[in-house]
Design a protein around this ligand. Structure first.
Ligand code: CO
Ligand code: ZN
Length: 330
């Protein structure tokens, strides 16, 4: 596994709508290894490996964007007030470190004595400014920050980092593209999509453009293997690639689920079924494009999603790379 590429993808700045740096890292890695590569109007990076014309057109999609916070105000003492960009849980941001595109860093505080669940509007960001004027010379209204990247190895096989959702899948797609043979049957479009966290927006336009016969999203999914989970789900870390059955954005096309399970069996790839009563993926957008597209998803099991502690197992990551390769070469 190319750990340097993984780290570069994980640590690139890229909240929804500002994924350019992530795209640059991936473009550099794939340059010379694909037949075509371009960025669309939305900012999605599309890398194409052409088949021999006898196969299908397959679109895989992994989102580059990361949830974040956008500046809405600075108070007289220089503290920033923010709104969410994507599914931020305020309580998980408190005491965290954040970084803006221009390198300005901050730490997150919260109003005390808040009744009920903490809201994003209860948060403030301390960037070291002492006045409103100073704060607004350091960042502008609308500037977005993300949880400051770091990558921590946990035990033998596990890795924790804030942007696992969904950079780990960007890595899976990039690795699969790099390892594909040149004599493909299928045309493979690897889409590194934008703005998934705010409503599958990049995949929506990319799917319309690509017009695929088969859609496969690659994304993280929640697990049920930590103490006292609120919602019981069957997925466990370290038990292999999760083959999605459903989430809030789609019911996967049964023939696609069957194909994935069969390929995993035949190739001896560790796999498990994912049934997720919450969340969504790019597959939900691909499935509903034009007249409808057979779609499914390969999910990387991930603990603590949408927090600084997002944790995956590298054996699952490898299983997802192997399963994606098997799907696009079948
Ligand atoms: Co997410
Ligand atoms: Zn995601």
């Amino acid at each position: 596994m190319n750990m340097q590429l993984l780290e570069n993808i994980l640590t690139s700045y890229g909240p929804s709508g500002h994924e350019g740096r992530v795209a640059e890292v991936i473009r550099e890695a794939l340059e010379g290894h694909v037949d075509e590569m371009y960025t669309d109007v939305m900012g999605s990076l599309i890398a194409v490996k052409k088949g021999d014309g006898t196969g299908k057109k397959i679109m895989a999609s992994a989102h580059m964007d990361h949830i974040g916070l956008a500046v809405v105000d600075a108070d007289k003492n220089g503290f920033l007030r923010v709104c969410n960009v994507g599914g931020i849980r305020a309580a998980k941001m408190v005491s965290g470190h954040v970084i803006f595109e221009n390198g300005v860093c901050g730490v997150v505080g919260a109003d005390e004595k808040v009744k009920g669940e903490l809201q994003v509007s209860d948060l403030y960001i301390d960037i070291g400014a002492e006045t409103k004027e100073e704060a607004l010379t350091m960042v502008a209204l609308g500037d977005m920050c993300v949880m400051k990247p770091r990558v921590t190895r946990l035990g033998e096989n596990r890795l924790a980092s804030p942007a696992m959702d969904d950079r780990i899948a960007c890595f899976v797609q990039a690795a699969a593209m790099l390892e594909l043979p040149d004599n493909l049957k299928n045309d493979v479009y690897a889409v590194f999509s934008v703005q998934e966290e705010v409503g599958l927006r990049g995949a929506t336009t990319a799917a319309y453009h690509v017009n695929p016969d088969l859609g496969i999203a690659v994304d993280v999914t929640g697990v049920g293997d930590v103490p006292k989970v609120a919602t019981k789900v069957p997925v466990e870390l370290g038990r292999g690639a999760a083959i999605k059955i459903m989430d809030r954005s789609l019911i996967c096309t049964p023939s696609v689920v069957n194909m994935m399970e069969k390929l995993a069996e035949e190739s001896g790839i560790a796999h498990q079924r994912e049934v997720l009563p919450y969340g969504g993926t790019d597959a939900g957008a691909i499935q509903r494009t034009r007249g409808g597209v057979a779609s499914g998803a390969i999910s990387i099991p991930c603990r603590y999603i949408h927090s600084e502690a997002e944790t995956v197992d590298l054996r699952d990551v490898q299983a997802c790379i192997d399963l994606l390769k098997a799907c696009v070469t079948a």
